[in-house]
Ligand binder design. Structure first.
Ligand SMILES: Cc1cc2nc3c(=O)[nH]c(=O)nc-3n(C[C@H](O)[C@H](O)[C@H](O)COP(=O)(O)O)c2cc1C
Length: 167
């Protein structure tokens, strides 16, 4: 699939079929995240792939939408703040690094015909407990992964003229 087609195709998917995600597709999607650039190449992230039904179900205490915890796969992107690069003034770039990796993953999923949805509004302490995440890792973004049920409606975007300033 052409890159721009993939960008246009990706939408937040909030309804999933029960069909499992094939291992080869999942492998390619995870590898797209691995190949993401990170500041000073520190690669300060790790991914937890949840397929176990009981564990997914327990994640409903972190984010209660049914389309989330019943999707065939849930991926949790975690930040490793201690490993990440900081600018001279101390500004941490770990969230940028994790977001780039997650965007690679999410666009790769779209190009494989799979749906995802960025989720930040979860309870991190619950995710940490359910997924046994150690203290040096911070769960930053979750996404369900699976085949979309139906076609999501495109959401509004500001026109280019509103977000670009040419000098
Ligand atoms: C960092 C981030 C966090 C988000 N958190 C949530 C969330 O907690 N729950 C949710 O339903 N959607 C969440 N979204 C999805 C946005 O609402 C969605 O991307 C936006 O409305 C644009 O729609 P689209 O993804 O279909 O293009 C999040 C998106 C981003 C980028």
């Amino acid at each position: 699939m052409d890159f721009y087609e993939t960008i246009n195709l990706r939408k937040s998917v909030r309804a999933y079929k029960k069909d499992p995600v094939e291992d080869d597709k999942l492998g390619r999607i995870l590898d797209a995240a691995r190949l993401a650039p990170t500041a000073a190449n520190r690669q300060p992230f790790s991914l937890i792939v949840v397929k176990n039904e009981q564990v997914k179900h327990r994640l409903k205490d972190a984010y209660s939408q049914k389309w989330f915890f019943t999707a065939p796969v849930i991926i949790c992107a975690c930040a490793l703040p201690d490993v990440a690069w900081r600018r001279n003034d101390g500004k941490a770039y770990v969230d940028v690094d994790v977001a780039i990796a997650m965007d690679h993953l999410i666009l790769a999923a779209a190009s494989e015909g799979l749906g995802t949805c960025w989720i930040a509004a979860f309870k991190p302490e619950v995710v940490k407990e359910v997924l046994s995440i150690p203290d040096n890792l911070e769960p930053l973004i979750l996404t369900p992964l699976g085949y979309p049920e139906g076609v999501p409606v495109p959401s509004f975007r500001k026109p280019l003229g509103e977000i670009v300033r040419e000098i």
